[in-house]
Write a protein that binds this ligand. Structure first.
Ligand code: PHE
Length: 343
């Protein structure tokens, strides 16, 4: 028995040595000696065949061998697994020379950027910034703006009506009325905001953004209107921009006009964007109608004023060369990422 044990121990040592630091091979050695059918496990079974008086001593010898084999295996397994981890870590070492991945912080929507830029120009011109409800009553959206219930101009706007008779405002002009109801002249205000019409194609959305401007005071004239528009567009686009007024009709202004600026793409020579005309239509304007002053209790004999509106989305599109209005509302980040904020 003694010699068998010595032989097994030598063989075990040789096997462990040749297993080296490979955890898989070390484990095979463990199974070969200590597994259910392993060599040392087998020795225990052989004990029964020994004469009674030798069993105790032989059993102790086998147990000693078993413990020492177990201990050496545990050490070998620990060494092998730490060697394996070191090798893995060495392979995973961070390459500090790689360029960093920059996290994308997000930015303001191009329409918001344009709105804020417009607000900046108006604030420099001394305007206040007002707000009004998007669900509007008939009086503010139509009637006070010189559109009584039977007025034909009401048919021209495709209005969203609510069950209670209110409307989603079809323009920002009702904020003119709300401002004049609560404040006395002199008034110099703008109101940017959402407006709603039943419309949907590449150049029209059911919701879009307008900016309203209103100036009321003594002896405010058409020249002031033109001068303000020119200051606005040169402030926004630069001194080379040209502007023109054309006659136009809106029930709440008299005289009324529409205004254009020279095309930013071709500089006025004519191109696809301006449909060869050299001019881009921006909005409506005019002198506040006396009926509007009467609706809010301002004396039209004493005061005069001008108002104009513009489409914010339209300006954002021109600014960035976007040709489909719908892109602005889909909020696809691949689109939005193209318009980081200007520092
Ligand atoms: N509210 C008009 C529109 O939506 C624009 C406008 C505003 C016209 C102010 C004249 C004066 O079309």
């Amino acid at each position: 028995m003694q010699s068998t044990l010595q032989k097994i121990e030598r063989e075990f040592e040789a096997a462990l040595a040749s297993a080296g630091a490979d955890p898989k091979v070390v484990d095979e050695v463990r199974v070969r000696y200590l597994g259910r059918k392993g060599e040392i496990t087998g020795l225990m079974k052989q004990l029964r065949e020994l004469p009674k008086d030798q069993r105790k001593e032989a059993g102790q010898a086998i147990n000693r061998l078993k413990r020492s084999v177990q201990e050496r295996l545990e050490n070998a397994i620990a060494a092998a697994s730490s060697a394996q981890r070191d090798a893995a870590l060495a392979g995973e070492r961070a390459d500090v020379t790689l360029p960093p991945l920059r996290p994308w912080a997000g930015s303001l929507h191009p329409v918001t950027q344009t709105r804020r830029e417009l607000e900046r120009v108006f604030r420099d011109l001394g305007f206040t910034i007002e707000d009004g409800p998007e669900v509007e009553d008939d009086f503010h959206n139509f009637q006070a703006l010189n559109m009584p219930p039977d007025h034909p101009a009401r048919d021209a706007t495709d209005t969203f009506y609510l069950a209670d008779g209110n409307v989603l405002r079809t323009h920002t002009s009702p904020v003119q009325i709300r401002t004049m109801e609560t404040r006395r002249p002199p008034i110099k205000m703008i109101c940017p905001g959402r407006v709603y019409r039943r419309d949907l194609d590449a150049t029209h959305l059911p919701m879009f953004h307008q900016l309203e401007a209103l100036v009321v005071g003594e002896a405010v004239s058409m020249a002031d209107l033109k001068g303000t528009l020119e200051a606005l567009w040169t402030g926004f686009y630069g001194a080379e921009i040209r502007m023109r007024l054309r006659p136009g009709y809106f029930p709440f202004v008299e005289p009324g006009c529409e205004y254009d600026i020279s095309c930013r793409v071709c500089g006025g020579d004519g191109c696809r964007v301006c449909k060869r005309s050299g001019w881009i239509e921006l909005g409506g304007a005019g002198m506040v109608h006396p009926a509007v002053f009467e609706a809010v209790g301002i004396d039209p004999q004493r005061y005069s004023g001008f108002a104009f509106g513009l489409g914010i989305d339209r300006i954002a599109m021109m600014r960035h060369g976007i040709d489909d209005l719908r892109l602005l509302m889909e909020n696809d980040v691949r689109f939005l990422r193209q318009f980081p904020e200007q520092p």
